[in-house]
Design a protein around this ligand. Structure first.
Ligand code: 26W
Length: 819
């Protein structure tokens, strides 16, 4: 039973002595060691537990408060939460950073080393997963009753190693030493069914009912992770599901006396939460992925409804107490599942249930790229979720009937908007299911939302004007500025106070400081120190000698053709050619830093990584080049690496083909840390430009409209290549095997995509990119002016706090109050 009333436990004290006591007692009682034989990792665990205690005692009152006040809950449903490390983040949220650091120091330990032992929670691929983590942080900071639901993968994102320049993946067993941030909830466990068949019958009232039977069962067990909001008033909950075989299952085999078989099958049913799919675009037709999606949807819906039923017996209250946000289509089965539970299990009338479902759900789209839009073959769908397939057909039938009624005779329209794609193989379009089953649909940047409305969802936009809205992404300033860049944070706070941490618009007050020579010098010193720190780490870990005197030019993100890491490389190679043909040339020294993972099955992306490393080998070891140009591939780019690199970036590369990058969030992180952006008119770059001013960025290239136009006309890259000597020479150098003498045709695949079709229009944008890079060099020579503009970038980043993003969702989609 839930206890109502004040907490029985008195709050722990947060002074250094009390924290030292916590550390020592956790080392003994939780870790089972004494200082004499404790390793730094043991101390990390002790520190995590000491901080966790202080998080936990704020967590339970938060949950009780929501219950007592019967607050509307927001459920953020996501297959990915790319959280990163938690220890210092939690210390900052609770306002105990200095004390814990001091306590650890007083125990004779190295704080950075202790903190460095934390294995990050990498339950996500990239932008979408990291956005989920930023939104959770902001919901807690804004005291919104926001709960995350996801999967507790045994193996999250793979670790990337670089061997002979190639990406090699290895599984990351992140739970090996235990996860101090999670609480196992063996009592919170729900059955999830797969397969079987459906029978239809008439009940006593004469209503036709469906019964789903003979299904296999897997159990979903909850693990809870507290999400502390800044200031510590609110600690929200992230509930992650882990698959467990059922007890019936065990008994069945035990009774049959087949123990070995029992254990083998048990393993199989537990594979559901074994591993995160490491591709952020295509997982076409993978049955396990489909099952993972339903697994976490089914468990979450049971949990959400159980919580609702504790305090409500009127189903009509559901949309007033429950908002469900679908992070892309991965949880889109929520639409069919909620409808199924209401109709089949609680006997609601179909139309009443459908109204409730739609008023609860909202869907966020994160990409327009057709290869990333999920569809499932009808036969796979029906084999695994036979009742859901019927429900999807019924939903579609009623939807199409309404469309037919409003647009009689337009069979093309029906074909286009149908949830079922007809063709050689019929498929369920999850995006259409999500749109039809939601009351709001949103894109993640203005240009992206506009393109959603004019391309993939244009019919839906006409059918339901106003349903598709924009919610431009943001990032949490707690992790990405205060936590990652403490010296810049300190400089800012010294100038304008610390209110910016929760009200990022206050950064505006920095604007006048851009004109202050003294402040510019201090700003430059901070950036310099961050660059030196990165230089040290790269020297130690990779053995590459960098100089902080060069311009740090950074592109860190997943490796994808559309993100155009190759365009960056073409600039690098042409720069190299310039230096080689004139070794005395007076060029601004550059350090090009590239980092990112390729999907294990994405051969071309892996080849791009190899090219970066082969180019780096040649350039970095060419005595003619010296410090004028260095190229570094940072292995295993993840949240922790991002926290290291972002603060040291001076030039932020955001150069996707216009119209392809939904938003980008790395662009915001780097600007916030005082980098200038070189970028295309794509994603949130456009809005960053509106805020910071075009004169404080280096925007270049085709617009999304021009890209669309060119593609309709059909693009031939050959004339563009022949017209630009630099480009031609760069491609020829790759093609000649200059960077791969041991295998001259290694990069033929890359040369081919550039010279045949060039779908992402690198060759079309190259001259403008080079010109923009020229402007970068020019400005960098005027250090003071560069710094002035960098400060203006920081000062004008207020819009890109995920607090603003969450507040917009709260008001316009979730209908919950923001204080
Ligand atoms: C089928 C598996 C799969 C997994 C992830 C398909 C597609 C995805 C996502 C759509 C990929 C993703 O991370 N998208 C990114 O979302 C960010 C947050 O909104 C945006 O900032 C990025 O521009 C967008 O690429």
């Amino acid at each position: 039973m839930r206890r109502i009333g004040p907490p029985v436990v008195k709050l722990l004290d947060d002074d250094v002595e009390s924290i030292k006591y916590s550390l020592a007692s956790h080392l003994l009682y939780s870790v089972g060691k004494e200082p004499i034989n404790a390793t730094a990792r043991d101390w990390f665990m002790a520190a995590a537990y000491a901080v966790r205690d202080r998080v936990t005692e704020r967590w339970m009152p938060t949950l009780n408060r929501y219950y007592e006040q019967d607050q509307k809950r927001v459920y953020y449903m996501s297959m990915e939460f790319l959280i990163g490390r938690t220890l210092t983040n939690a210390m900052i949220s609770l306002g105990i950073y200095d004390q814990v650091k001091e306590a650890i120091g007083q125990l004779g330990l190295d704080f950075d080393e202790v903190v460095g032992w934390e294995v990050e929670a990498a339950l996500g691929n990239g932008g979408l997963g990291r956005l989920a983590a930023c939104l959770l942080d902001s919901m807690a900071a804004l005291n919104i009753a926001g709960f995350g639901y996801g999967i507790r993968y045994d193996y999250g994102m793979f670790t990337q190693h670089v061997e002979h320049g190639w990406q090699v993946e290895s599984p990351e067993n992140w739970l090996r030493y235990g996860n101090p941030w999670e609480f196992a909830r063996p009592g919170v466990i729900y059955p999830v069914r797969f397969g079987g068949r459906v029978i239809h019958y008439k009940d006593v009232m004469g209503h036709t009912r469906a019964q789903w039977m003979d299904a296999e069962e897997v159990m979903a067990m909850a693990y809870d992770v507290p999400i502390p909001g800044h200031g510590g008033r609110t600690v929200n909950n992230l509930r992650l599901w882990s698959a467990k075989s059922t007890r019936e299952f065990d008994l069945k085999y035990f009774n049959a006396g087949n123990y070995i078989e029992a254990v083998r099958d048990k393993n199989e049913s537990e594979t559901l939460s074994k591993v995160l799919y490491p591709s952020d675009m295509t997982e076409r037709g993978k049955e396990l992925r489909f099952k993972q999606e339903y697994f976490f949807v089914a468990a979450s819906i049971q949990d959400i409804l159980a919580r609702f039923r504790k305090s409500h017996d009127n189903w009509d209250m559901l949309p007033e107490r429950v908002a469900i946000q679908l992070n892309d289509t991965h949880p889109a089965m929520v639409v069919a599942e909620l409808q199924r539970v209401l109709v089949d299990e609680h006997q609601l009338d179909w139309h009443r249930a459908w109204s409730l479902t739609r008023r609860c759900c909202a869907y966020t789209n994160h990409t327009l790229m057709s290869e990333a839009l999920e569809t499932w073959p009808v036969d796979l769908f029906g084999r695994i979720l036979p009742r859901h397939l019927e429900i999807v057909y019924q939903i579609n039938h009623e939807f199409l009937q309404e469309v037919r009624h409003r647009h009689p005779g337009d069979s093309e329209l029906l074909r286009r908007v149908s949830v079922v794609a007809e063709g050689d193989e019929r498929r369920i379009r999850m995006a259409h299911l999500a749109v039809v089953g939601s009351h709001k649909v949103n894109g993640v940047a203005a240009i992206h939302t506009g393109l959603m409305k004019s391309t993939i969802f244009s019919d839906f936009d006409h059918l339901s004007p106003g349903k598709i809205t924009n919610k431009t992404n943001g990032v949490t300033p707690r992790r990405w500025l205060l936590g990652a860049n403490p010296s810049l944070a300190k400089l800012i706070t010294g100038a304008i106070g610390d209110n910016w941490v929760t009200h990022l618009h206050e950064l505006k007050k920095l604007e006048p400081f851009a004109a202050d020579k003294g402040f510019r010098a201090e700003f430059a010193a901070v950036k310099r120190a961050n660059k030196e720190h990165l230089t040290d780490v790269i020297g130690q870990r990779l053995g590459i000698d960098l100089t902080a005197d060069s311009l740090f030019d950074v592109q860190i993100k997943r490796i994808h053709e559309y993100k155009r890491q190759l365009l960056n490389l073409l600039h690098v190679i042409s720069r190299y050619n310039r230096i080689r043909s004139n070794p005395m040339i007076d060029l601004v020294p550059r350090t090009i830093i590239i980092g990112g993972k390729a999907a294990p099955g994405y051969a071309l992306a892996k080849l791009i990584i190899k090219l970066v490393n082969d180019v780096a080998d040649v350039v970095n070891n060419d005595p003619l080049v010296g410090d004028k140009l260095k190229v570094v591939f940072v292995p295993n780019y993840n949240v922790s690496t991002a926290e290291l690199v972002m603060p040291a970036a001076e030039l932020s590369e955001q150069i996707s083909t216009a119209g392809t990058e939904a938003s980008g969030t790395g662009n915001m992180k780097m600007s916030m840390n005082g980098a200038l952006t070189i970028g295309t008119w794509d994603g949130a770059n456009v809005e960053i430009c509106e805020e910071v001013g075009e004169e404080n960025m280096f925007l270049f290239g085709l617009t999304a409209q021009e890209v669309a136009r060119i593609r309709i006309d059909g693009y031939d890259p050959v004339p563009a290549i022949n017209a630009n000597e630099c480009l031609k020479k760069a491609i020829e150098l790759i093609s000649s095997g200059y960077f791969s003498p041991d295998q001259p045709d290694r990069f033929q695949g890359i040369v081919d995509v550039l010279t045949h079709g060039d779908h992402y229009l690198l060759t079309a944008d190259f001259p403008l990119y080079l010109a923009a890079q020229e402007r970068v060099d020019q400005l960098y020579r005027d250090t003071d002016e560069w710094n002035r503009r960098a400060i203006l970038n920081v000062a004008r980043m207020g819009k890109f706090s995920s607090d603003r993003t969450v507040a917009e969702y709260a008001r316009e989609i979730w209908n919950v109050k923001v204080e």
